[in-house]
Design a binder for this molecule. Structure first.
Ligand code: DGY
Length: 325
């Protein structure tokens, strides 16, 4: 029997591509050419190939228009990401197309990225690195690039899901106190003594660092705006490894310029791959290119999640284990 066709929108790790090709007629995007930015092109390729599955990634425009244009042969969209804000889940559901994602396997790696940014921001690591590379370092000096220690500070986790909780565990190792704000309180075994705030009005003034782990979409758009930034302590630090649109860039740039916010560390941006130019002129912001889950181990595990889901629906006729819709 012919293998089901899976249209793959991005270059994937070699081992993942090899395993995909062993099970499916995988139409790979080996050179990662940018056709994946165009929803009409994704749908056209899926039609031409008679695809049963589309393996897409964070940022691919799997909006209602793209989903409407997919051929009837498509039964599953599996995204190489935990986030699904790039996919119109309702539109997929209405067409009876299953959507799956890659939860759990990237929580630690993404928390590591948040932790890296937290240290970069607190200890001015980006600034120091730029100074050395530019040949501007003139030697050790008692007042040079003094940052703040994280020891004894309060980390505020916005969104106490798996990634936020992994970060909390790491921060406990730095002797930080953990507070969190979420729609509901976590069970005691997950909370591990972290202080829950039902209200942002008590959460924001209580913390020294906010680390944002909220999903994208309308509910969180520009959540961190001028009003909420003003409620934070002077000298607080902002970290975002969740989704870019949940930060109001203009407001954050203004708070970084005024010094009300000491420093920020960002891995995600409102209109990726564009970065608000306001950040480029600031020394007190560390900018990473959406590296959250970018470890060899994690990307292999994410690939495996995609394969297991495709296998379930297209080869075994069973419900995929990691459904988002
Ligand atoms: C995700 O998985 O949603 C990330 O943002 C990409 O690794």
């Amino acid at each position: 029997m012919a293998k089901p066709v899976v249209l793959v929108t991005r270059k994937l790790p070699d081992d993942v591509e090899a395993r995909l090709s062993s099970l499916f007629d995988a139409r790979l995007n080996s050179a990662d050419t940018p056709w994946f930015r165009d929803g009409a092109e994704i749908a056209r390729r899926a039609s031409e190939a008679g695809a049963a599955g589309v393996l897409c990634a964070a940022g691919d425009p799997m909006n209602a228009q793209t989903i409407a244009a997919l051929p009837d042969s498509v039964k599953i969209i599996t995204t190489f990401s935990v986030g699904t804000d790039h996919i119109a889940l309702d539109a997929a559901k209405a067409r009876g197309i299953a959507v799956t994602h890659t939860p759990e396997v990237l929580s630690f790696a993404t928390a590591e990225t948040a932790f890296t940014l937290m240290l970069m921001a607190a200890r001015r690591a980006g600034e120091g690195e730029r100074m050395v590379r530019a040949g501007k370092w003139e030697g050790w000096a008692p007042t040079q690039l003094m940052g703040v220690t994280l020891q004894g500070k309060t980390l505020g986790v916005l969104g106490f899901g798996r990634i936020g909780r992994e970060l909390a565990d790491m921060a406990r190792g730095m002797q930080m106190t953990i507070h969190y704000h979420d729609v509901q309180r976590a069970a005691p075994e997950l909370e591990k003594g972290a202080v829950f705030h039902a209200s942002e009005d008590t959460f924001l003034p209580a913390i020294d660092v906010i680390s944002m782990h909220v999903p994208g979409g309308d509910a969180t758009r520009k959540w961190l705006n001028a009003t909420r930034l003003a409620k934070m302590k002077t000298g607080a630090i902002v970290i975002n490894t969740g989704r870019g649109p949940s930060v109001d860039d203009e407001a954050l740039v203004a708070a970084l310029k005024s010094g009300h916010i000491r420093a920020a560390g960002l891995d995600v941006y409102t209109a990726e791959p564009k970065v608000d130019p306001g950040y480029f002129g600031l020394e007190n912001v560390a900018l990473l290119p959406h590296l959250g889950s970018a470890t060899i181990e994690t990307r292999a595990a994410m690939g495996e999640r995609c394969i297991v889901n495709l296998e379930a629906l297209l080869l075994k006729g069973t419900n995929p284990p990691h459904r988002a819709a």
